[in-house]
Design a protein around this ligand. Structure first.
Ligand SMILES: NC(=O)C1=CN([C@@H]2O[C@H](COP(=O)(O)OP(=O)(O)OC[C@H]3O[C@@H](n4cnc5c(N)ncnc54)[C@H](O)[C@@H]3O)[C@@H](O)[C@H]2O)C=CC1
Ligand SMILES: O=C(O)C(=O)CO
Length: 328
């Protein structure tokens, strides 16, 4: 008999066929994200579940006595209650590497869009506001090339962003990360910096760290005060890495110039969020990895991890905090 699994997000035909070869599966057929009460019900009898960002809580795990693996079709796994998964001996996997270039491309797009006011000026033209009276200075942005980028989080994606900035835009690149990587300085001239110095020197501050208790509200009032008044914040990590109320104040008071945000503390972002009313903010709906090619690769990787986890194999991408479960 094939192991039972539940697929809690839409998947392609190809991925569905692959899972079907190895598992007896049921899938979420509704619109948008699966409601938590539905997921809670569906996990009761399965050995594996494929999700994207759905919170894996102690309560959910209590309902799922047969569960062996949660395969997350994303690289970030702040949605996992790691202690509860350890306690319930449930493996958690993610999808590293396959999305690095795509997320790095998006970080650069956000930086360019914010610095050169692309969405704002696109609206300006389409709304018929460009006319013979338009003053050219009203359309000015700021340069990106030959400026300084400070990257917070020099992991898989951070490194791809750094290389784009250094070689594509000839920027000086500083970074702050838990573990300095001296080879980056030797090979590429990408320089480790303490956080405060990075914030003081950077024209663009890019966040690409995991959301953890240590990085929650890493950017708050104090950090915005340390940034240049002309600097732009780019957040491609998770919304809660930034204290959004402090960001609103920093933008209102001109403490920083602008922000390009792919992620928000509350997603989908609420329409009354003041950030959405600000011209100097470019806002995107969490699309860092959202290209056809990359999402297909992520889903296939997530499916492979799922199948390995329920068929006695060793999933390739068990998150580091749960790897000890493989040794038991
Ligand atoms: N906007 C989007 O759609 C996407 C967002 N992400 C987010 O980006 C994060 C990073 O992804 P990867 O580069 O693959 O992860 P990674 O694990 O390769 O790199 C993370 C880096 O952050 C550093 N770090 C961790 N805690 C830190 C701290 N307290 N201070 C400074 N540095 C710290 C680590 O040392 C590591 O170098 C993911 O966890 C996810 O939350 C990832 C993909 C898409
Ligand atoms: O992979 C992630 O962590 C995302 O946020 C979506 O790609």
């Amino acid at each position: 008999m094939k192991p039972k699994v539940y697929i809690a997000r839409p998947i392609s035909k190809q991925v569905e066929e692959y899972i079907g070869e190895h598992c007896d599966y049921k899938k979420w057929q509704g619109e948008g994200a699966i409601p938590l009460d539905v997921l809670m019900e569906e996990v009761k009898n399965v050995e594996g579940v494929l999700v994207q960002h759905a919170p894996i809580t102690n309560e959910l795990l209590d309902q799922a006595p047969h569960l062996k693996i949660v395969s997350n079709s994303a690289v970030g796994y702040d949605s996992f209650d790691l202690a509860a998964m350890k306690q319930h001996r449930v493996l958690g996997t993610h999808t590293p590497f396959v999305l690095d270039e795509t997320v790095a491309d998006l970080a650069m797009s956000l930086m360019l869009a914010t610095a050169r006011r692309v969405p704002e000026l696109n609206n300006f033209v389409k709304q018929g506001k460009w006319n013979t009276q338009t003053k050219s200075q009203e359309l000015f942005g700021i340069d990106v090339h030959h400026t300084t980028m400070g990257i917070i989080g020099m992991g898989r994606i951070g490194e791809k962003i750094a290389r784009r900035a250094r070689f594509g835009f000839e920027m000086d690149v500083l970074y702050n990360s838990r573990t300095p990587k001296p080879e980056l300085e030797e090979t590429y001239g990408i320089v480790y910096s303490e956080l405060e110095a990075l914030l003081k020197k950077s024209d663009f501050v890019v966040l690409i760290v995991p959301l953890t208790p240590e990085t929650h509200h890493l950017m708050g009032e104090k950090q915005f005060a340390q940034m240049k008044n002309t600097a732009i914040l780019i957040n491609c990590a998770r919304g809660a890495v930034v204290d959004e109320s402090a960001l609103v104040r920093a933008l209102e008071t001109g403490e920083i110039r602008g922000a390009g945000l792919d992620v928000f503390e509350q997603e989908p972002v609420l329409t009354d969020n003041p950030l959405l009313q600000m011209e100097q903010v470019v806002a995107l709906p969490h699309i860092g990895s959202a290209t056809e090619q990359t999402r297909a690769a992520m889903l296939m990787k997530a499916a492979e991890n799922l199948v390995a986890g329920v068929t006695g194999g060793v999933p390739e991408n068990v998150v580091k905090e749960l790897q000890e479960l493989l040794e038991e």
